[in-house]
Design a binder for this molecule. Structure first.
Ligand SMILES: C[S@@+](CC[C@H](N)C(=O)[O-])C[C@H]1O[C@@H](n2cnc3c(N)ncnc32)[C@H](O)[C@@H]1O
Length: 343
């Protein structure tokens, strides 16, 4: 772990300091990458974990995705936050915000604005696996909110939640988990993750979570991951570039077709890469050769969809109580609030 006081490089005025703790591997790559790639490429069907999509290039591509017409999730969640955050903040009175998978923190400003307007805003703790995205966001927010203490944590929210600084003895904590990112976790890992997440909350603290909802036309949901401009396809292929760079592999990204598949019974979209021809890939750092048949698919991301009942049950299993469920008018996306009961 290294601790630095980073300064944002692009400002002309004296930049405001913020703190960045780094819990990722020495080269900036996640130290779990080698084990995860070995496991995923030895499995049937083969898979990769979506957290490896987000190096600096992947994070930029994701930002572009959030502006695409097909990707209704980002603008819908933003609209719900704009409508609901003043009331949520009034009811919960949080003095600090922890955000998991914070990325660019663009939507976060709506939450911080509501806390600021209520005179409550003290500290912001973004947690993300992509240090460049964190640096940009932390610098921008430290400058936008004078008096706000920004303490960023570069780490894996599935492994490093114990590195998030302790909650303040006085005041309340709100944890935000936006963008439908909960849906990217494998269902059999979700409960354990939620129990760890609940450990960040003291009695009376709350979790604010954005969730994509099942319902209506599945093709609308599928197309959100298969845009006409091909940005999501580039984002998807980026995982092969990350593995090439970090593990000395020789994937040919352009020989893989992007696929987004709606799995009706599992209520999720799967992002996949399909081999256009038979391939033999060498992964130098693992001493591993992997063969792919023509048409074989590699699952790179699960995008699971929720219903109010499944969200409520998920919270209950983690000892949390669903107290608010806000959707857009079309019922495409939900922002929910769950609290840790005070007893
Ligand atoms: C779907 S994007 C959402 C970004 C942002 N919260 C939003 O709503 O626009 C997922 C974010 O979580 C981060 N992320 C993914 N897996 C992660 C992990 N295991 N640990 C920490 N951050 C992770 C990515 O770097 C990315 O910023």
């Amino acid at each position: 772990m290294s601790t630095t006081t980073a300064r944002h490089p692009r400002r002309t005025r004296a930049p405001r300091p913020y703190r960045l703790d780094v819990h990722l591997g020495a080269a900036g790559a996640l130290d779990s990458l080698a084990d995860d790639v070995r496991e995923g490429l030895s499995a049937t069907p083969k898979f990769m974990l979506p957290k490896y999509l987000y190096d600096a290039v992947g994070s930029d591509l994701y930002e572009q995705i959030t502006d695409l017409p097909e990707y209704y999730q980002a603008r819908t969640e933003l609209g719900i936050l704009q409508r609901e955050m003043p009331g949520v903040v009034e009811r919960l009175a949080p003095t600090e915000l922890v955000e998991l998978g914070s990325g660019s923190s663009r939507k976060t400003r709506v939450i911080l604005d509501a806390m600021d307007a209520a005179g409550l805003l003290r500290r912001y703790l973004p947690v993300d696996v992509c240090p460049p995205a964190l640096l940009d966001a932390a610098g921008m927010l430290a400058e936008a909110y004078p008096g706000l203490r920004v303490h960023a944590v570069a780490g894996d929210f599935e492994r490093h939640l114990d590195k998030v600084p302790a909650r303040p003895p006085a005041g309340r904590r709100l944890v935000a988990f936006l963008g439908g990112t909960i849906g990217n976790l494998a269902p059999d890992h979700r409960d354990a993750f939620m129990r760890h997440l609940a450990g960040l909350l003291g009695p009376g603290d709350a979790l604010l979570m954005g969730m994509d909802i099942v319902g209506g036309d599945p093709e609308r949901i599928r197309r959100a991951y298969d845009d006409a401009a091909g940005v999501t396809a580039e984002f998807n292929r980026n995982i092969l570039r990350v593995i090439n760079r970090e593990l000395a592999a020789d994937f040919a990204p352009e020989a893989w077709d992007h696929r987004a598949v709606w799995r009706r019974t599992l209520e999720r979209v799967e992002m996949r890469l399909r081999a256009r021809e038979p391939m033999r890939v060498h992964i130098g750092a693992l001493g591993m050769e992997v063969t792919f048949e023509e048409g074989e698919e590699l699952v790179t991301e699960l995008c699971c969809k929720f219903r109010r009942e499944t969200a409520e049950a998920l919270y209950a299993r983690a000892g949390l109580e669903l107290t608010e469920w806000h959707t857009d008018e079309l019922g495409h996306f939900a922002v929910s609030v769950a609290v840790r009961p005070e007893r």
